[in-house]
Design a protein around this ligand. Structure first.
Ligand code: UT7
Length: 326
């Protein structure tokens, strides 16, 4: 059995910055409200010519180069996204074509903000059993395309961004030490896009009603998020025989700085162990954790031997945690 770890990371952010001041011109909100209630000061927005697959291809090339792996060496590509280029085919297929990763298997995975951790876990299983050697996992979202810029409850939160990581066999003690994933469908309507699927196919009426935009019950989600993120973080640490004090770096999904603070306090982690970029990037759903991971690797914040805890929560609702020795 092989131990799976990260061989290289890469990210790609659109250039256009949307500040809180920009949003003040669109909806009844204020820089003060957004900053105090979420910690977000700005987020990125993709240009019309950019798509989930084009930014993913860019991020993937960077990750492959840093991993020293050719696209043709990949056995599997998993693209975690809830904002695909189109309903059919999968965005992973488009990325595979652009990378020239002929012959490998590629599919999309929909677990919203927890998606990158779900993807990491799938990659770990394939590598550990020897079914695959090199797996590319991408967290990619262009949620601006699904945002109603008249709905202040959602348009201030979400941003666009993509990041990727190449996974492969590593030598212990490095590698993924544990993972824990959950889904609870009873909260499905806490965060959803009502139309565009088989339940409510696209029509003039669905467009008129704005039913293709993201709808969120932020307040209800907030409570579920804090409780489940604490529980799942403790579960993965307990299974691996690790205590919060042993963690060198905690990368939570960047949903809301107040959620991050609540988890940090509940787990008893010191502030300097917790990574946050929400003020610059906003909530990029499944791209949030890999963007943080890539920033930590490129800045040297993450050092060989560090114990990293990653926890996420999102629509579904889904939640999960992965523990990894860098
Ligand atoms: O990515 C994973 C899934 N998403 C989450 O985990 C999101 C979790 N939830 C949250 O982050 C927070 O609930 C929000 C940031 C979305 C909202 O913050 P909140 O403190 O829970 O606000 P609220 O929904 O309880 O609303 C409080 C007030 C309301 O006004 P009234 O009824 O008290 O007069 C809202 O209408 O704030 C108002 N409000 C705003 N005001 C200015 C809501 N959004 C805004 C806004 N600007 N953008």
């Amino acid at each position: 059995m092989s131990v799976a770890g990260v061989l290289g990371t890469g990210s790609a952010l659109p250039e256009k910055v949307i500040s809180n001041a920009d949003l003040e011109k669109l909806v009844d909100t204020s820089d003060q409200w957004i900053t105090e209630r979420t910690g977000i000061r700005e987020r990125r927005q993709a240009a019309p010519h950019e798509t989930t697959s084009t930014l993913s291809t860019l991020a993937s090339r960077r990750a492959l180069e840093r991993a020293g792996i050719k696209a043709t060496d990949l056995d599997l590509i998993i693209c975690s996204t809830i904002s695909p280029d189109m309903p059919l085919p999968s965005t992973a297929s488009l990325i595979q074509r652009e990378l020239g990763a002929h012959g490998c298997c590629a599919f999309d995975l929909a677990a919203a903000c927890s998606g990158f951790l779900f993807g990491m876990t799938v990659a770990e299983q394939f590598i550990r059993t020897g079914a695959s050697k090199y797996v590319l996992v991408i967290g990619a979202e262009l949620l601006s395309r699904y945002l109603d810029y008249k709905d202040r409850a959602t348009c201030v939160i979400f941003g666009d961004g993509v990041a990727a990581a190449v996974f492969g066999p590593v030598d212990p003690p490095s590698g993924i030490l544990g993972h824990e994933l959950h889904t609870e469908g009873q909260y499905a309507e806490h965060l959803f896009i009502p139309a565009g699927g088989t339940a409510l196919p696209a029509s003039c009426q669905t467009v008129e009603k704005g039913a293709h935009f993201i709808k969120m019950r932020g307040n209800e989600l907030f409570k579920v998020a804090v409780r489940s993120l604490e529980d799942v973080s403790r579960q993965v640490m307990k299974k691996a025989g690790v205590k919060p004090d042993d963690i060198d770096l905690f990368i939570p999904h960047q949903a809301n700085q107040r959620i991050t603070e609540a988890i940090r306090e509940r787990l008893g982690l010191r502030s300097e162990k917790v990574y946050s970029n929400i003020c610059r990037i906003g909530n990029t759903s499944s791209a949030s954790i890999p963007i943080c991971l890539d920033e930590c690797v490129q800045s040297g914040r993450l050092k060989r031997g560090n114990l990293v805890l990653m926890s996420a929560f999102g629509a579904g609702v889904t939640w999960g945690a992965v523990l990894m020795r860098w």
